[in-house]
Ligand binder design. Sequence first.
Ligand code: NAP
Length: 248
Amino acid sequence: LKVGDRVMALTGWGSFAEQVAVSGQNVLPIPAEMDFTTAAAFSMTYGTSMHALKQRANLQPGETLLVLGASGGVGLAAVEIGKAMGAWVIAAASTNEKLEIARKAGADELINYSEASLRERLKELTDGQGVDVIYDPVGGKLFEETFRSIAWNGRMLVVGFAAGGEIPALPANLPLLKGAALIGVFWGAFAQRQPQDNAANFKQLFAWYAEGKLKPLVSQTFALEQAAEAIDTLGQRKAVGKLVVKVR
Ligand SMILES: NC(=O)c1ccc[n+]([C@@H]2O[C@H](COP(=O)([O-])OP(=O)(O)OC[C@H]3O[C@@H](n4cnc5c(N)ncnc54)[C@H](OP(=O)(O)O)[C@@H]3O)[C@@H](O)[C@H]2O)c1
């Protein structure tokens, strides 16, 4: 890195600011064809979903991938990366408008979990076989219901708990019966502990971006003074894709 480079950084906390100090390990050059707003929305979402699907789930071409919260930040990135890795992607979300966004990102099948029974629809869509990989950034009551729809040798990725409330628990007989795995995902720790693997992930992500396979959606931008409004929009479950706060 040198002075004047265009860079993106993982700051953890404290980036609603005009200046921020960050460890060099957490800074990446922005590809020439990517603008700053897209770069601001890129690293957390695509970094997390790539690590989840590659290192944690070992997703294979032709496998079925179910993404919950599929129009949200990490969910929409998981839909695109799943398609780029050759999976058959089922997107699930709470409204038809949100599902339309997942469809535009490449999802093969859509399930509105406010209207339909997730278990019944998954049974129909997979001919009773269940889903190979489940990507769950939502948690809540969908967690156990979804795990019950997992395939033999399936992997369920614990990514986040956007639904709030109690952290879900799982009866231990369920993974036993399916020969399935419950797998934790913690991208920030992975990036610190395995920086070379993280850098290789970003090399692949930037290549897919240059090929047009990834199209990060920034649905709204906010001025720095409106940062609290941006956070409220997320909390009210109104956001799709990413929201970006612009410092200038
Ligand atoms: N493990 C990691 O390394 C890692 C990295 C990044 C983020 N995360 C976590 O992943 C989760 C999602 O992050 P994100 O940036 O994708 O958030 P987001 O853009 O707000 O998306 C979250 C999705 O969750 C669903 N949801 C269900 N109930 C909700 C509620 N009460 N409030 C808000 N959303 C609700 C929404 O979809 P529907 O309306 O369609 O249900 C929403 O699209 C967060 O918990 C975050 O902390 C984890």
